[in-house]
Design a protein around this ligand. Sequence first.
Ligand code: PLP
Length: 496
Amino acid sequence: MKYISTRDTSIGFSSAQAMKQGLSKEGGLFVPETVVPFEKDEISALSGRPYRDAAFAVLKKYLTDFTDEELWDCIDSAYSEKRWAASEITPLVPLSDSAYILELFHGPTCAFKDVALQILPKFLTYSIKKTGEDKTVVILVATSGDTGKAALEGFADVEGTRIAVFYPDDGVSDMQKLQMVTQSGANVNVGAVIGNFDDAQNGVKKIFTDKEFAKRIAARGFMLSSANSINWGRLLPQIVYYVYAYARLLAMGRVKAGEKINICVPTGNFGNILASYYAMKMGVPVNRLICASNENNVLTDFIKTGVYDKNRTFYTTISPSMDILISSNLERLLFDLSDGDEKLVTSYMKSLSEKGRYEVTDEIKSRISKLFESGFTDDDGTKETIRRVFEEKGYLCDTHTGVAVTVYNDYVKRTGDTTPTVIASTASPYKFAKSVLEALKADIAGKDDFELLNMLNEKSGVPVPDALGLLKTKPVRFSEKIKKEDMEAFVDDYLK
Ligand SMILES: *Cc1c(COP(=O)(O)O)cnc(C)c1O
């Protein structure tokens, strides 16, 4: 399998090259030259099989430069029962006769990014070897919360790698901060940047583009890399859980082979929902893909009108991981829907960066409207849903999942569609305990983060995930505060 760029189809990289480099030189995203369909009965054969078998079936089609043995090594270490609080990895929980919650949050950091970030480090270490690189890879991350911790957990003590994560000192929740500063592992480092997320992100970008710095650390045997969500190695593992969910529905007798389902995804950077699109192209029978947004509803408008316009107010919401106005992975969808038209995609992305806006062709619009549905809700709507789902179904969902359930309910009201629907649940309710408790109308005045966890536990009966409950007992390892102009020196020091 060769990998090409959405802005340059002449590139013919191996998967190892594409994952090592992350982003193509001219700014495009790597995509496989073709989407490989499942063979007849291949999905049915996964019914009743463990998650790892679905993972192998998907990965093998795209990482053709990996041996079976290498793939199994990646899969077994990423999805071992030691690292996941659910033996199914991503359990599928019925909410009604037609709605199923796909719980993606049972990994070590309680958010869905674990599914990809547990296996990406394994892909990268093999990719480095396969491309003849002998340096230690240094992953740099600027984080507004969830990604940094998931990357730390993924890379901790992975041979041949080091990781440094920068978070804005006044820009993450206390719980998120605690998750990062207590991180274990001999190869990890964490710094609090004095400033906001943009300061941290700009600082990391500067380090990445400093050629002198790259030379200096190369002489010491290091090279920089990123675990960014546009890396193909992060998208690919996300296809797996949609295939697995379909196989589970078959095993549960809820669908017959070939029967179509809907998939509803709470969306930010468009990675998770794009993975469901690839799963469909590979052969998972899909009726509708439902894109759910919070008040930052740039994608809702795009799917309805074909106009992407980021010139609008940015809202800070109770589903912060979806507070995004530029959904980078949409570029891969546009590439596919334009039948691989690199010139067209390049022009859209140029227009996006210059004017903050582009409009797709009628052909692409029509393809989008045949498959995608979209909707959004505000914080009040999300909270109302969390409370109602809990009171009526006894199921507790987090704020991001609450957005998806709201948009799904609106869709059903509008269309009367009773197609079985998989709703992606992207975080544990405990990760956003304060907002969830507010939704349940609890009195949370004066409570600290750990008291909130216990309160939510008393109210819901859902056990507190160890990954959050035990943080209290962990020693703080990283307390350094860094000026934004000293970030490079911090990394330099770390690599001495
Ligand atoms: C990252 C994230 C999302 C958004 O996923 P995308 O792939 O960026 O669309 C949704 N919910 C949670 C909890 C997340 O961490």
